[in-house]
Design a binder for this molecule. Structure first.
Ligand SMILES: NC(=O)C1=CN([C@@H]2O[C@H](COP(=O)(O)OP(=O)(O)OC[C@H]3O[C@@H](n4cnc5c(N)ncnc54)[C@H](OP(=O)(O)O)[C@@H]3O)[C@@H](O)[C@H]2O)C=CC1
Ligand SMILES: O=C(O)C1=N[C@H](C(=O)O)C[C@H](O)C1
Length: 249
């Protein structure tokens, strides 16, 4: 059994907060030292690590508070950050260890590698890339954080920056599709947990790589694994590829 650690949950009454709570409660090596939501302010000194699934504003504020006192470590799962908020998280990671990911599932983190590999080998002049995602009706942001990570993986595979090759959503008289671009489409309906598909299409064939989340606890288990991993790391911004040991040194 590994050493006991103290975890906090930010966004504790939300869908993910409740899923994280259930995973932590089932572990004998974790004490849940703080559970809090909007308007509540935990005593950060009680925690070795905080797992945060809330909102981008709340995550940035939490990261800044942890950075100001040099801890606790953080696992950030919220999605929908602006570039300015991304920069604030990066700045906070100079003084606190942060794992941030738009998706904590093993399958999606393997899919990221597959997408980069395919994009590297399929010539962008012949192959279009379209990323589609479907989520529950209450999801606040689009495209999903996962779709954006998959887009970044595809762009990386082509040696591009996603922001340079991302299309605006298709609507109205769009004209012909520009080659080399990466498109996104989002669907919101019912209680769908999370579906992601990356399509590579040429004139002659279509390759689709996809992932389906079957239960929200999947993300919670990954986030708790990330918390156990990051609590003793030095300051820096990490992701699930680091936690899973997928990143080459
Ligand atoms: N990375 C991953 O693997 C996954 C990421 N997500 C992302 O996680 C986030 C949360 O998702 P979900 O649980 O479905 O959303 P919910 O809306 O169900 O939960 C969010 C919770 O955060 C709370 N909250 C809001 N502001 C603060 C604050 N300042 N401090 C602390 N808590 C606050 C909310 O409280 P109130 O209701 O009072 O506002 C609510 O309880 C989303 O960004 C989502 O996209 C979701 C699943 C997996
Ligand atoms: O909001 C959700 O529910 C989910 N959000 C994450 C995302 O934006 O990709 C991960 C997962 O798909 C569920």
């Amino acid at each position: 059994m590994s050493a006991i650690f103290h975890a906090g949950i930010s966004g504790a009454r939300g869908r993910m907060g409740r899923a994280v709570s259930a995973v932590l409660d089932a572990r004998e090596d974790v004490v849940v030292a703080a559970r809090y939501d909007r308007g509540e302010h935990p005593d950060l000194s009680l925690c070795d690590v905080i797992i945060d699934f809330s909102t981008p504003d709340a995550s940035v504020e939490l990261a800044q508070a942890c950075a100001a006192r040099g801890g606790p470590a953080l696992v950030i799962g919220s999605t929908g950050f602006s570039p300015e908020q991304d920069a604030e998280i990066l700045k906070a990671s100079e003084t606190v260890a942060i794992v941030r990911s738009g998706n904590f599932s093993l399958g999606v983190n393997i899919l990221i590698g597959l997408v980069e590999h395919a994009a590297q080998r399929l010539d962008g002049r012949d192959w279009d890339i379209e990323i589609s995602e479907a989520h529950h009706r209450r999801k606040a942001d689009a495209p999903s954080g996962t779709a954006l990570m998959l887009g970044e993986a595809a762009a990386n595979g082509r040696g591009e920056d996603l922001e340079d090759v991302r299309t605006a959503p298709y609507d109205g008289i769009t004209g012909a599709r520009e080659s080399g671009k990466i498109g996104f489409s989002s669907l919101r309906a019912g209680g769908i947990i999370g579906e992601h598909t990356v399509m590579f299409a040429s004139d002659d064939e279509v390759l689709t790589l996809s992932h389906s989340a079957i239960d929200r606890s999947l993300f919670a288990k990954g986030a708790v694994a990330a918390a156990a991993w990051v609590r003793s790391r030095k300051p820096g911004l990490y992701d699930m590829q680091d936690v899973l040991g997928f990143r080459q040194a």
